[in-house]
Design a binder for this molecule. Structure first.
Ligand code: GLN
Length: 190
């Protein structure tokens, strides 16, 4: 059985369990580098990227995590998780720097602090996902620029909101809060 790691240092990691279970996947909550070695893929949840980044550093997980991703472990960052994966955050270096995108944290302001927005995701609609998909944004980062090798699968407010490079994917919204497990299904196929 595929075991999906849920980075469980902080944030919305528990919300992924029902989708993973419905897809027949196992899961394991990861809080240290040893746990990281016991999973096939990893979800970095939404939450607070500053707090999660500090814990990653404190628990000496940054280098082991970067190494596993470099070796081809699929990883999906959601919202704060996307911030942690990014190369550039608010003009400075990101924590993991495994996804060549530049992001600005909390860049949509109050009006977009928390809302649902319908977006078209052709790559998932082709696999039977709801289209348009009701994407839930919660104090989301804004992806300002993507490297040439980054695929943009969906946009909202004209900005990329679902991007992927190889086995690293990021969404600036929260598919775990929607009933449709199509994102988890897509991630399981990376
Ligand atoms: N604003 C948070 C951050 O930048 C992200 C919010 C979220 O994950 N929903 O860390």
């Amino acid at each position: 059985m595929t075991v999906v790691g849920l980075l469980g240092l902080q944030g919305a990691f528990l919300d992924h369990i029902r989708h993973l279970t419905s897809l027949g996947a196992g899961y394991r909550i990861i809080r240290d580098a040893a746990g990281l070695m016991a999973v096939d893929r990893l979800i970095i949840p939404g939450g607070e990227s500053t707090v999660m980044g500090k814990f990653l550093q404190e628990f000496r997980m940054i280098d082991p995590l970067r190494a596993r991703i470099a070796q081809g472990m699929p990883v999906w960052g959601i919202c704060a998780g996307a911030v942690l994966l990014a190369g550039t955050v608010d003009g400075g270096p990101g924590r993991l720097q495994v996804l060549p995108v530049s992001v600005a944290r909390n860049a949509y302001g109050r009006q977009l602090a928390s809302r649902e927005h319908d977006i078209d995701i052709p790559i998932l609609a082709a696999a039977g996902g709801a289209s348009p998909f009701p994407a839930v944004f919660i104090r989301s980062p804004r992806i300002l620029a993507v490297g040439p090798e980054v695929a943009v699968h969906a946009r909202a407010f004209k900005d990329p909101v679902f991007v992927q490079k190889g086995r690293v994917m990021a969404t600036t919204f929260h598919p775990e809060l929607t009933m449709d497990p199509v994102f988890h299904h897509y991630f399981m196929g990376l």
